[in-house]
Design a protein around this ligand. Sequence first.
Ligand SMILES: Nc1nc2c(c(=O)[nH]1)N[C@H]1C(S)=C(S)[C@@H](COP(=O)(O)OP(=O)(O)OC[C@H]3O[C@@H](n4cnc5c(=O)[nH]c(N)nc54)[C@H](O)[C@@H]3O)O[C@H]1N2
Ligand SMILES: Nc1nc2c(c(=O)[nH]1)N[C@H]1C(S)=C(S)[C@@H](COP(=O)(O)OP(=O)(O)OC[C@H]3O[C@@H](n4cnc5c(=O)[nH]c(N)nc54)[C@H](O)[C@@H]3O)O[C@H]1N2
Ligand SMILES: [Mo]
Length: 913
Amino acid sequence: MTKFAYINNQPFPIEKGETMLSFLRRNLGKKSIPTLCDAPNLEPFGSCRVCSVDVALQQDGKTKAMASCHSPVFENAFIYPDSKNIQKLRKNIIELVLTDHPLDCLTCEVNGNCELQDVAAQVGIRAVRYPEGANHLDREKDRSHPYMTSDLSKCINCYRCVRACDEVQGEFVLNMAGRGFDAHIIKGFDQSFMQSDCVSCGACAQACPTSAISDVFESKSVVASSEKTRTVCTYCGVGCNLEVSTKNGKILSIQAPYEAEANGGHTCLKGRYAFKFYNHPDRLRTPLIRKNGDLVESTWEEAYDFICSKLTEIKTNFGPDAIAGISSARTPNEENYLMQKFMRAVIGTNNIDCCARVCHSPTALGMQRAFGTGAATNSIEDLNHTDCILIIGANPTDAHPVTGAKMKQKLMKGVTGIVIDPRRIELAKYATYHLQLRPGTNVALLNMMLYFIITEDAVDKDFVDNRTEGFKEFKEEILKLDIDQLECITGVDKHLVREASLAYAKANAGMEFHGLGVTEHSQGTFTVQLISDLAMITGNIGKKGAGVNPLRGQNNVQGAADMGAQPHQGAGYYDVTDPEINARYNTFYRSKVPDHVGYKIPEMFDAAINGSLKALWLIGEDVVQTDPNTQKVIRAMNNLDLLIVQEIFMTETAKYATVILPGTSFLEKSGTFTNGERRIQRVNKVVDPLPGTKSDGEIIVEIMNRMGYPQPPYTPEGMLEEISQIVPFFAGVTWENLTDNGLQWPVFEGGKDTKMLHQKEFKRSSGKGKFTFINWRESKEVETHGEEYPYIITTNRELEHYNCGTMTRRTGNVDILTEDVLMIHPKDAADHFIEDGEMVCVESARGKVDIKAFITDEVRPGVFSSTFHFPEIMLNNITSDVHDSEAMCPEYKVVMCRIRKSKGKFKTKQIST
Ligand SMILES: Nc1nc2c(c(=O)[nH]1)N[C@H]1C(S)=C(S)[C@@H](COP(=O)(O)OP(=O)(O)OC[C@H]3O[C@@H](n4cnc5c(=O)[nH]c(N)nc54)[C@H](O)[C@@H]3O)O[C@H]1N2
Ligand SMILES: Nc1nc2c(c(=O)[nH]1)N[C@H]1C(S)=C(S)[C@@H](COP(=O)(O)OP(=O)(O)OC[C@H]3O[C@@H](n4cnc5c(=O)[nH]c(N)nc54)[C@H](O)[C@@H]3O)O[C@H]1N2
Ligand SMILES: [Mo]
């Protein structure tokens, strides 16, 4: 039965769990009640009392002032939100707050939106009666950080920054020290932002209602009077929504919209602050063509003519399969769709791939085998409904920081956490179990878990019987395993594995997350199949708070594969070799599309080296820096007749190009990105393209037309309409109905979307999930090189830098993290007389790199870890081109190496920002 409460004696229905404030704002409007200490993404606090309202138990009865933000609304409450008494109370509070605040506050033009000013105006305060009350106006400003600054003379002790740091990011850097008049905000042990453990997410700056903590602004422009555009972040697959403030075509700042479903008012430092690359002097601004060995500026006309005549010549002389394309998961769906269409319908080859190959291709394949669909089964929001979070081979607080922060919050509040990682990642510190396995032994470890779940009778029999197939054979194989041998292989205590498996199996709902520590291995696809087995055996699929959730890497890697930027499946994951599908594509594209599988990226390089591949068109992927075995990649690039690089910066790969086409960044174009939870979101153009550049979509369309294929001019609306006709799970997607929060595919005609997959049946032809047993196998890398190179080096990522780093190295992030380092355990360091900060040489069968040692017990003895963000190091000089046996994802994570002190002196080149 509906319950009512009264506002000014008018009845309004109450919703479950509402506070008085949310009840009042829902019915009277967002701005109806002034608040200071309250913020949409923080827990109610009830400290400033500005939100007070009069409440009586009966109509016009005796009232009591109550802070509405933390008082639950109750049935038959009579609320008087603007009584005379309340108006006076609010004025008094604000006046006292202002008394302890710089006196020019009411007239100052701060760079952010000043909520205090707004609230003062709203309650009718124009002057302060007791100016001599101020006691902390001489506080020092903190100018240590490239992005955030504090001027605590403006602080009103509302605790919003402290709570944002605790409740949103979970970093606990900010605190209130002192008592009474001396109460003041401190960072860490009374340090500066830079000295403290701050991760620069900016949640405090966004939360601050004055500008006591704020973003650092380049100019004095006033953000409040700027234009605002909503778009989606270009970095990782979380897909944070951004609200970008611009003035006169320049970006001033970025905030996180509170109502964004993907990130709810939060971002990391990349999303919020690392945008200045967009108009950096190093941006490519004109096409370049190689003439007599040098890259020379050209017009777009010349570049197009050159490309079209070269491609035509190669196609005529060597056939369409002598040409290949690599599409960019950094660019929108529409551009990826066009690129694969160009390769298939205009050139006539399936030689098209994208960075999913080196990333989550095993996820797509493994999950397709087990469930029929290769995408995350659940939504990130499900973290609110889970009892157990299992994270294998992923490091979310660095690589997917907004999701990582949510996980951290859950783990701190008592949700069971299981981390399976050779490194002690940040979340391992909050988890219940950390299974610190030897790199390359996931299959053995997951088999141990599956063994215990079977032998300890923790199998969800109903789910297994009704929803799956292949269990009987699977179980027989699992029971044959020798647990002691697996314990030895993985290096993880079997008792610990047993406990962790039972904790996951017995949770009401257990949610699995995985990353590259799973996929970038020779048994990557098999590991994903075992992860799927683990979810099925425990019935953790098709329900809330559960599922298999790959943390997809690039902002649009899900989308690039959905759009068909892969050689075996076209747009919508249709098998290119199926004659019926082929006929469908032929009709749709009005062109003959080949029906044999094309080259995957590593096969492209092999073909270039052996001379059968002549031309490669590469959009937004720096393969020389990021693909394994750099010297081999360089050989491939050098052996091509035509290398087209479409980029925003002169990357390591672009240096080998025959032609360079200057594209535009996400801030200069419109389209859609699909995040890791299948959410298709609108990317809206924020600023005009830099002069001389063109959007990637426009470039592809112009080349299509010049090659004789009529493709209408690029618009996101038009492209989505075309895509929705061929990609079945986009059937109901239109530019308009995506609105602000996007839609999660499959999207049906009419626009209904899907938060969770496989609720009733799986997408495989039998409708059942498939159990598969896989035995662990030592990597060839270890077998071949283990003796000569006894250490393992694996890769991780750092929060501040993104992949090849072209973008983040051209922002203030480089002031926070300046170089790649080698994590080495104290024991290994001591064995080789290596001191912290010394240069070491790490050598593998492919080559060697000089890198600075960072001694830490975050890694286990025998295992090193590093990053690949800086071209001065070029870590991939040592990685191997051994691949996942099924999906050909490189085995970046297990590289055998040896180490010695290095004589080399080295300094990272600082790019001026
Ligand atoms: N800051 C930042 N964020 C990023 C990126 C970035 O470069 N910087 N890149 C984006 C991209 S493209 C991707 S794909 C994602 C990647 O995000 P993640 O999947 O989290 O990637 P990594 O940190 O490379 O590897 C994850 C973890 O695998 C562990 N690991 C290594 N070997 C093994 C093993 O054998 N078994 C297990 N269980 N674990 C192992 C590593 O120690 C590491 O902690 O991040 C995205 N987000
Ligand atoms: N050792 C080691 N190596 C690895 C990995 C590892 O774990 N270990 N991880 C691998 C993984 S998972 C991945 S995904 C790859 C990532 O490797 P890359 O895909 O090469 O890396 P990104 O830095 O994401 O850069 C892509 C390029 O796109 C450009 N770009 C950005 N936006 C646009 C745009 O809108 N248009 C155009 N034309 N260009 C644009 C950027 O300037 C950048 O040069 O690295 C892989 N390499
Ligand atoms: Mo990736």
